[in-house]
Design a protein around this ligand. Sequence first.
Ligand code: DX5
Ligand code: ZN
Length: 226
Amino acid sequence: MKKYFVAPSVLSANYLALKDELTVIRTAGAEWIHFDVMDGDFVPNLTFGPKILADIRSYSNLYLDCHLMVKIKNQSVESYLLPFIKAGASSITLHYEALTPDQLTEFLMLRIKLQLKIGLAINPRTPLTVVFPYLEQLDLVLIMTVEPGFGGQSFIPQAAKKIKELRTYLDQHQYSTLIEVDGGINEQTGLICKNYGVDVLVAGSYLFGHSDLITRLQGLLADETN
Ligand code: DX5
Ligand code: ZN
């Protein structure tokens, strides 16, 4: 039986009841939480920063999977990321599309320098091959199955096919990089991704705001592949 991680996306949580939401997802068996940082520049939406992350960390020992949809300007990647690291991020994922070549090089070096778990995310229209040269240096690759920016969008099946391609490539090269999928995940689309070989499923609107959240989450955690 394969073990899957489900990372409920805080983006869809009720912030007035965040403590309760965190307790429920932990009780349901989630070990990760997905924290979407948006800057109103790389994506047309704004969310939250290190302060909320630190508050979550002060309450929870969940793995804090930070997905930064941001462009970094006028400062080093390291100085931009340090507040998130200090706040308790377990891993930080940046978008390939948002980084200059120099920023990408710096980001990859931070893995060793700061003992940081790092990931690269790619948008639905970005070819998978862009991450191939860096796989050995990455803890995870995040395959976006919606355009980044908002929760509640529909899954793009074509983008999910990259999971299968990446699984084959990782197995061939014996890399242990995790494959994470984000966008439009529910029971059906989650199963497609599991059959393609995903490791981590992000889910926001499918989980939060539903009275049967626990059943839904446990369904995503289950190994139901064929
Ligand atoms: C979208 C975010 C996602 C979002 C997913 O840009 O990266 O993490 O919360 O939401 P759902 O699961 O509703 O598509
Ligand atoms: Zn995300």
